[in-house]
Design a protein. Structure first.
Lengths: 220, 738
């Protein structure tokens, strides 16, 4: 039923109704081919399944409405990523979405924890946190290039920048992630050391309930 | 832990930087042989760089090993249903479509969403200042303004990072908590740790002040006295009371009630006298800011909003004044989505202003005003390219992006990847064109229906940004001749900060977005205002431009010259507008020597971003004294995290002390506010909210700020309404010895 979008160059008929139908069919084809990866990209950006589904839906609706902006259907995949990327950034901006736990400590819902996210994405905890810390645009560049295998030109189109700028952004993203990861690992190590010290202190104080001064390990 | 963020340590030896850059690139790209050879040699002799290269490779492998999350099974079903609706919705337009024009139109007159964010910040900031300072709060009738928040339950992140509070007012923190489609506006006591300045709200101190249920994400702002809130979703705006005894308001079920004197907000405005109060007729409120009195006025002569000045245009005269019950939640606008900065209450809490566009994006945004007692918000512009910039006293600052058909080089292309950029800091010629473009838009019904821009598809136009001061009580509007986007005036009416740069059309959102640009500090009292219906008046002294070497905006400003002034104002700039009553400008009369003493140095580029031209999303917040200004600029690619600078103003010299910021911190959340002598901000690093002490301004010398209009320096020039409308206290004065 579906055809390869990279070779889909059928001249659409003059009938407006058939044109509308063809446009709908085209979007359905795009959905079948790319919805999983588009959803995955969005999920990795927003880190919430429900929001990712909403944004994925928005992406295809916007694609449907803006088909005339697609000049070369061979580039439909990158075009979809471009729309998804804009949807994510625009919606985050428009909704002023807060992606962090409240400073009050009050729960704001059932969003996935870092540990849940790590399990979901098979990421280490520090890497998951490090990814969150780098700028959205850099994270997008990393995910698109490393995970979603966009070429340099596709990445540039998606991000709306030149090829050179896209490469530079990707390089900065790698460096940002490396530094953020190192920082996360350092913090985790510090936390572990602090906890160990606390248990040791309790042990020296003679608290028999504290496992002889050694705290139980998480197994990591 | 301090919120001061460490920046990457620069690598002194450029070869190390090159090595790391090549190492990063080599992860997924085959380097050119010379580069690969050089890199191998370098890594062989530099263990540190070799370790970094190894880390890049490890990250590469780990990222590529990510599993793919499974999309929900009903994704196609829901998308298909949405496609059906989208197809039906565009059916009418479909037949007019001809390739390569987008079904939604090229949208050259549609506006900024990012600027919105910028504006939002600014607006909030201004309100926060006026409101949150204990100085201003001491006076009866002074206002406390809430900031903005969005509650989206599913977005709590995994990082354990911060969420910025909605507002912090006199030690009370307001925020939104959301769960399962219910959004609660809460308030609680703030407790700060003296040692590191971090603050928290102890659990148990929070009190629910309002509750909203909705299937859509809900945002809110709080009125200055915290008695009510404006809440909105993607297609509805409502006003709801706040209090200890709350009932959950089902926002999705609220519908606007008809206002007797109001026509549909979707109906085009009919021209009417500019002195008509916004709430008096929909026609007046729907009028574009451009319509104005026939006589000209200098900035300092801007008509007052006081009843004495406009006796027939008081809010009390609104036919719908008694149309609503303040104890009940009401929907004031439906079928529209907020564009740009968030809605904001006026300083006295009697009005709410915002910009919005139809939810179907059939036109660009207009500015709406809701007045207490009215059943609905009324549009005050009709250009479909207007953004709410903020309140200045009881008047509204509006920015409009406009296009001149026929001008070259700035037509938004509907094709993806071809984002045009145009100068937002309009030249004098651009400003003239703005009027023409707006007029064209108003008459372009086909374009409006199709969501197209004023510029005909395939045509061309010059894009500019013009800002206005609009008085909702009289309907009068004045154009600021200096091109600027989203100005934020300090509460004392002496200075302002605005953005200047290029705007770019985003075909996906159908809006113009700020491109390359910067923030500038300028003298508000030295600006020139003219009735909006007149052509711009620009002289070198009246509309100084950023230096040509400082910013991309300078290219626009550089063209601003007397020679480029299209049509001199035919009116006497020294004559007050009808209904205005001159009154002294306390600031200018008290310290005439300080009126723009810096002269040609104005406007001053504010180094708020790492690089020139990199300010795309920002917040500006003045403290109540006008002595300090906080500027938050989003990091590239981020909407919520950025760099915060707190600058002190040398009000005698008329300069921002940019070399010695009181605070320079990065990785800060996009929510800042002044409260009780502190700047309150939230670090995205450790999730804590911090207070930064701002220089003490003796209360004896800083009375309740009274906004004043710009003073062009004309003898006898007054700022009617400034003191008359807000005369709760004398005008703010500068600190002794400053």
């Amino acid at each position: 039923m579906f055809i390869n979008t990279t070779t889909w160059h059928v001249e659409r008929g003059v009938s407006l109704e058939s044109e509308a139908s063809a446009d709908r069919t085209f979007i359905e084809e795009l959905f079948a081919l790319h919805h999983a990866e588009i959803y995955a990209y969005i999920f990795r950006m927003v880190r919430d399944a429900d929001v990712a589904a909403d944004f994925a839906q928005d992406t295809f609706i916007k694609a449907y409405r803006a088909q005339d902006s697609l000049e070369d259907r061979a580039k439909a995949r990158a075009w979809l990523y471009q729309i998804a990327h804009r949807v994510v950034l625009d919606e985050m901006r428009r909704r002023r979405i807060v992606r962090f736990l409240p400073w009050t400590g009050e729960s704001y819902g059932a969003a996935p924890s870092a540990e849940h996210l790590a399990m979901e994405m098979r990421l280490s905890g520090p890497l998951a946190r490090a990814l969150v810390r780098i700028p959205d645009r850099q994270r997008a560049a990393l995910l698109l290039a490393e995970v979603h295998d966009l070429t340099g030109l596709e990445l540039a189109d998606t991000l709306g920048v030149s090829h050179v700028a896209a490469r530079a952004l990707l390089t900065r993203a790698r460096e940002s992630l490396r530094q953020a990861l190192a920082d996360e690992k350092r913090q985790e190590k510090d936390r572990e050391a602090a906890i160990d010290a606390a248990y040791s202190e309790q042990a020296r104080a003679g608290d028999p309930r504290r496992h002889g001064g050694r705290r139980p390990r998480s197994g990591r | 832990m301090s919120a001061e963020v460490k920046r990457p340590v620069p690598i002194d030896d450029p070869s190390h930087g090159r090595a790391r850059s090549l190492a990063a690139e080599s992860v997924d790209t085959e380097l050119l042989p010379p580069d690969a050879e050089w890199l191998a040699d370098h890594l062989g002799s530099c263990p540190d760089c070799a370790a970094v290269a190894e880390e890049y490779r490890d990250l590469h492998l780990e990222l590529r090993g990510l599993s793919a999350p499974e999309p929900p099974r009903d994704l196609w079903a829901r998308t298909s249903a949405a496609l059906d609706m989208a197809g039906a919705a565009r059916g009418g337009r479909w037949r007019r479509r001809s390739r390569p024009v987008s079904p939604r139109g090229a949208g050259s007159r549609q506006l900024v969403s990012t600027a919105v964010a910028v504006g939002i910040v600014v607006v909030v900031a201004v309100a926060s200042l006026i409101v949150q300072s204990p100085v201003s709060n001491n006076a009866p009738g002074s206002t406390q303004s809430g900031a903005i928040v969005v509650g989206t339950p599913s977005w709590s992140g995994p990082s354990g990072g911060p969420q910025a509070p909605l507002a912090v007012v006199n030690g009370t923190t307001y925020w939104i908590a959301a769960s399962d489609g219910v959004y609660e506006i809460k308030g609680g006591s703030t407790q700060c740790v003296a040692t590191d300045g971090s603050c928290t709200v102890p659990s148990g101190t929070g009190q629910t002040l309002g509750s909203i249920s909705s299937d859509s994400a809900v945002s809110a702002i709080i009125a200055p006295d915290a008695s009510q809130a404006a809440v909105w979703t993607s297609d509805k705006v409502a006003i709801m009371p706040l209090g200890a005894e709350t009932q959950t308001v089902s926002l999705d079920l609220l519908t606007p009630q008809p206002t007797p004197a109001a026509t549909s907000t979707t109906q085009p405005a009919t021209p009417s006298p500019a002195t008509t109060a916004v709430s008096a007729t929909a026609g007046a409120s729907a009028e574009s800011p451009r319509p104005s009195p026939s006589s000209a006025a200098t900035p300092a002569e801007l008509p007052s909003a006081t009843p004495a000045v406009s006796p027939s245009a008081t809010p009390a005269e609104s036919p719908s004044a008694s149309a609503t019950d303040a104890t009940q939640a009401i929907a004031i606008l439906s079928g529209y989505e907020i564009v740009g900065r968030d809605p904001e209450f006026s300083p006295d809490g009697s009005m709410v202003a915002f910009s919005a566009r139809p939810a179907d994006h059939s036109t660009g945004p207009d500015v709406f005003v809701w007045q207490a007692g009215d059943a609905q918000a009324q549009p005050v512009t009709s250009g479909h390219a207007d953004l709410f910039s903020g309140w200045f006293g009881q008047q509204i600052l509006i920015s409009e992006i406009s296009a001149t058909p026929g001008a070259a080089g700035a037509t938004p292309a509907a094709t993806a990847g071809a984002t045009p950029a145009a100068t937002a800091g309009a030249t004098a010629g651009d400003t003239a064109g703005a009027t023409a473009g707006a007029s064209a838009a108003a008459g372009d019904t086909a374009g409006a229906t199709a969501g197209a821009s004023a510029v005909a598809p395939g045509g061309s136009g010059t894009v500019g940004s013009t800002s206005y001061v609009f008085d909702p009580s009289t309907g009068e509007s004045f154009m600021i001749t200096t091109p600027m986007l989203l100005p934020v005036v300090d509460p004392t009416g002496k200075y302002l900060v605005y953005w200047s740069g290029t705007v770019e059309f985003d075909p996906v959102s159908g809006l113009w977005q700020p491109g390359e640009g910067d923030l500038y500090f300028d003298s508000w009292s030295d600006l020139t205002l003219v009735p909006a219906s007149l052509g711009p008046v620009a002289t070198p002294t009246e509309a100084p431009a950023p230096s040509a070497s400082a910013t991309p905006a300078s290219s626009a400003a550089a063209t601003e010259s007397p020679a480029s002034t299209p049509t001199p104002s035919p009116t006497d700039a020294g004559v007050l507008a009808p209904g205005s009553s001159p009154s002294p400008n306390p600031e200018s009369s008290a310290a005439p020597a300080t009126q723009n003493p810096a002269g040609p140095s104005m406007p001053q580029l504010l180094p708020a971003a790492a690089t020139v031209g990199a300010v795309h999303d920002w917040l500006v917040s003045w403290d109540a004294s006008g002595q300090n200004v906080a500027i938050w600029v989003a990091d590239p690619g981020s909407d919520t995290i950025g760099t915060l600078n707190l600058f002190s103003i040398d009000r005698n010299a008329g300069l921002v002390e940019t070399n010695e910021p009181l605070l320079a911190a990065d990785t800060v959340m996009s929510s800042i506010a002044f409260d009780s002598g502190y700047l309150v901000y939230t670090s995205a690093v450790d999730g804590k909210t911090y207070r930064q002490t701002v220089p003490d301004v003796p209360a004896s010398t800083v009375l309740t700020p009274a906004p004043s209009l710009p003073d062009a320096g004309s003898p006898g020039a007054g700022s009617p309404g400034a003191t008359a409308s807000y005369s709760v206290a004398p005008q703010t004065t500068d600190r002794p010895g400053s």
